[in-house]
Design a protein around this ligand. Structure first.
Ligand SMILES: Nc1ncnc2c1ncn2[C@@H]1O[C@H](COP(=O)(O)OP(=O)(O)OP(=O)(O)O)[C@@H](O)[C@H]1O
Length: 320
């Protein structure tokens, strides 16, 4: 195992954080940590990289206790809130990071290091912009520079906290391709993200955090199975029924209106943990006076799984 944590916990004075997180990350996989805003994903990552001291629990990175500088020698990390010295050029930022990693000034000025910088600028899509000052970079370019810093020293394990948040769709696609190339080269990647399409496209294993607790973890295939959703065709629908039904859903269920018409016909999109819950919802709808014409299972999606795991809460916990 590259990373193994055992009941890792951190509670802030506000009472939030994350608790009892036990995860194992195998070599050569892309692991996705999912969860709504404020679930505790960054808190977990900060403990792993030694930026936060856990209150309890333990973990090892490359066999060394987390927090030990030795554990981080083969680690690359892109923090969620990256901010660079904007008076430096991209190349100077990379040299600075290489210095933090232990390279001497002479080494960072060498021809071989110049080649390495050129390579990471290329793979991160910054190509000819390495000699421009960071203040001339767009936000997306600064995120690409953060990625370049994380990859610079050719780490074995790369932790990326929201690597695509500032990127446009093409940039996101390029990052997905880059992650796949890194996996092919034998690297291990830990991805913190809300971007479900990124996770669905590249991750081998995923875990889901909610309100600081680990709700589920497993292979992407298993999670997609759990993310089965159903489409209900009904008549007698009234818009106010949506909130009323939400109040009666069982844990793990979510309901959304995919289509509705003035004549009361509607298509409801339902996420549910199992078939029993579907039977329960049919009874509920009939009791509300609706007629259920058809119930069709829809291909599992990570979105359906995410919604069911969050109890139907949108990111940020807008719904209760
Ligand atoms: N330094 C801090 N002091 C107090 N509370 C904090 C601190 N950092 C985070 N929190 C709280 O801890 C909880 C978890 O935050 P964290 O940033 O780990 O979540 P996250 O899943 O990474 O969220 P997001 O996806 O929005 O980045 C939140 O309720 C947050 O407000």
């Amino acid at each position: 195992m590259i990373l193994q944590t055992d009941r890792l916990s951190k509670t802030y004075s506000s009472g939030t954080g994350c608790s009892n997180i036990s995860l194992s990350i195998k070599q050569g996989q892309i692991f996705g940590l999912l969860g709504p805003n404020g679930a505790g994903k960054s808190t977990f990552v900060k403990m792993v990289v030694g930026l936060l001291r856990p209150d309890s629990g333990s973990g090892t990175l490359f066999g060394k206790p987390i927090g030990d500088p030795e554990s981080r020698v083969k680690l690359g990390y892109l923090p969620e809130l990256f901010r660079f010295q904007d008076w430096l050029t991209g190349a100077e930022v990379l040299r600075y990071h290489a210095g933090l990693h232990g390279m001497t000034r002479a080494q960072t000025k060498s021809a071989s290091f110049a080649e390495r910088m050129k390579e990471v600028f290329r793979i991160c899509g910054l190509n000819e912009r390495g000699n421009d000052r960071v203040r001339q970079y767009s936000k997306g370019m600064q995120q690409r520079l953060g990625l370049a810093c994380a990859l610079l020293m050719d780490p074995e394990f790369i932790i990326l906290d929201e690597p695509s948040s500032a990127l446009d769709p093409i940039g996101r696609y390029e990052v997905r391709q880059l992650l796949e190339q890194l996996r092919s080269a034998g690297k291990t990647i830990f991805l913190n993200t809300h971007l479900l399409e990124d996770v669905e496209a590249v991750c081998d294993e995923v875990a889901f955090l909610h309100k600081g607790q680990l709700r589920a973890s497993g292979s992407m295939r298993d999670m997609l199975q759990r993310g089965l959703s159903w489409e209900f065709s009904v008549s007698g629908w009234l818009p106010e029924l949506q909130e009323e039904l939400r109040g009666q859903l069982l844990p793990g269920m979510a309901i959304d209106v995919a289509k509705d018409a003035a004549d009361g016909s509607a298509v409801l999109k339902v996420a549910a943990g199992d078939r029993e819950q579907i039977g329960y919802l049919i009874r509920l709808l009939v009791e509300e006076g609706l007629t259920v014409y058809e119930v069709v299972p829809v291909q599992g999606s990570l979105e359906a799984w995410f919604l069911s795991m969050s109890g139907g809460e949108a990111a940020g916990g807008a719904r209760t």
